[in-house]
Write a protein that binds this ligand. Structure first.
Ligand code: HEC
Length: 194
């Protein structure tokens, strides 16, 4: 009985100790895998919420969905491993989503790689950067424009009532005129390395 109590103790310890060291001990490959999984969950949550809201009340009703975050992963908030995810673009709707200098240069390179023939669905880039002596893992992945996006990010496909709603909420909106297969923007992940 003593042994099993000891084993349980060790098991408990392991459970407590691993998460504390996880972020620092992760390899770059693990960080990339975690970034991919986080982005995928966020994308799935957004897409299903969007579709639900569009079916329930049309695109005007769904405008707020692209603002509110779903699925337990909130844009801009750190996960347990200190991973932060956001969306950005070369043409933003919300100025708060504007890219920083690193993100902007990566977005431009993703566009060049797309033109060179790479598959937009798997276009991504990562790097460990250093800011003020602190190492930061950074990762970005292109977000393709799909048919469902055109109701709010297309050209003529945006209905007048949606247009009015967007103009009222986002007077500086640049996120229009996209076509299926364009890079709408990218997920951007940041995680401290040490
Ligand atoms: C019902 C309208 C609507 C639909 C449909 C929609 N979006 Fe958006 N999208 C918005 C709004 C509103 C914002 C601004 C969100 C904010 O304030 O942060 C936005 C912002 C974004 C951003 C963040 C960068 C920026 O421009 O500010 C990305 C990336 C994005 N949308 C991608 C997509 C993709 C990809 C799809 C299709 C899968 C899609 N959206 C469908 C309304 C929509």
């Amino acid at each position: 009985m003593k042994t099993s109590a000891a084993v349980r103790g060790v098991a408990l310890l392991t459970v407590v100790v691993i998460p504390l060291n996880a972020a620092a001990d992760q390899s770059v490959e693990q960080r990339v895998a975690q970034s991919r999984a986080t982005a995928q969950s966020l994308m799935q949550a957004l897409k299903s919420e969007l579709q639900g809201a569009m079916q329930a009340g049309g695109p005007v009703n769904a405008v707020a969905v692209c603002q509110t975050r779903a699925g337990g992963i909130t844009e801009g908030q750190a996960t347990a491993d200190g991973l932060r995810i956001r969306r950005t673009s070369l043409k933003v709707r919300n100025p708060a989503n504007a890219p920083d200098a690193w993100e902007e240069s990566v977005l431009r390179r993703l566009e060049i790689r797309k033109v060179a023939g790479e598959d937009i669905k798997t276009l991504e880039y990562h790097e460990v950067t250093e800011v003020d002596g602190n190492k930061i893992f950074r990762w970005m992945k292109a977000i393709p424009t799909a048919e469902v996006c055109l109701a709010c990010h297309g050209g003529d496909s945006v209905a007048p009532d949606v247009e009015a709603e967007l103009a009222a909420l986002y007077p500086q909106d640049q996120a229009r005129g996209f076509a299926v297969g364009d890079i709408r923007g990218a997920f951007s992940v940041k995680q401290a390395v040490d």
